[in-house]
Design a protein around this ligand. Structure first.
Ligand SMILES: [Zn+2]
Length: 168
């Protein structure tokens, strides 16, 4: 196969394949920024290099492409007719890795939110983003409440400290 792309086109294609700075993530980041959320990108100390890390909310956000991450029951996830087994295995591995990453984040006492590419399509984007905003505030309020609980029960104090330390 000959390569007929200009360097710029090739860069765009590679960026799309590797999922860096692709549109769905940009939509989420732009929304959060305008709502006054401040975040980090692809934080290297957190499992799975989350797309957005909101420290104050102890939350990692993953913006998942429906095909690569195997969004069940989604129109954007249909296994190609050729090399079917190859693609199925590949997507299955991604799904297993995703599940492991979410488990690790939970074990650290952090929250994670997965937003699917299809949930950011123009017809449902607004609802998805409003729900994201709502969920983040819910997490924040719950965590505030939890800190109060820890102060009451002596045995929990160290546990709360362990949660926070790896990220300081
Ligand atoms: Zn989907």
């Amino acid at each position: 196969m000959t390569d007929r792309l200009t360097p710029e086109q090739r860069h765009a294609v590679m960026a799309a394949i590797h999922g860096k700075g692709t549109k769905p993530e940009v939509i989420v980041r732009r929304f959060l920024w305008h709502r006054g959320y401040r975040y980090r990108l692809n934080h290297k100390f957190l499992p799975g290099k989350p797309d957005v890390v909101l420290r104050k909310y102890r939350t990692c956000i993953f913006v998942n492409g429906c095909f690569w991450h195997g969004h069940e029951g989604c129109k954007l996830y249909s296994v190609p007719k050729t090399n079917t087994e190859f693609w199925q295995k590949k997507v299955q591995r991604n799904k297993e890795r995703d599940a492991e990453v979410l488990k690790q984040i939970t074990e650290m006492g952090w929250h994670s939110i997965v937003i699917w590419e299809c949930q950011l399509k123009p017809n449902c984007r607004e609802t998805t983003l409003q729900y994201l905003d709502y969920t983040l505030n819910l997490f924040f309020l719950r965590d505030q409440h939890r800190v109060v609980d820890y102060e009451i029960g002596e045995g929990y104090v160290t546990e709360a400290a362990e949660d926070i330390m790896p990220f300081e």
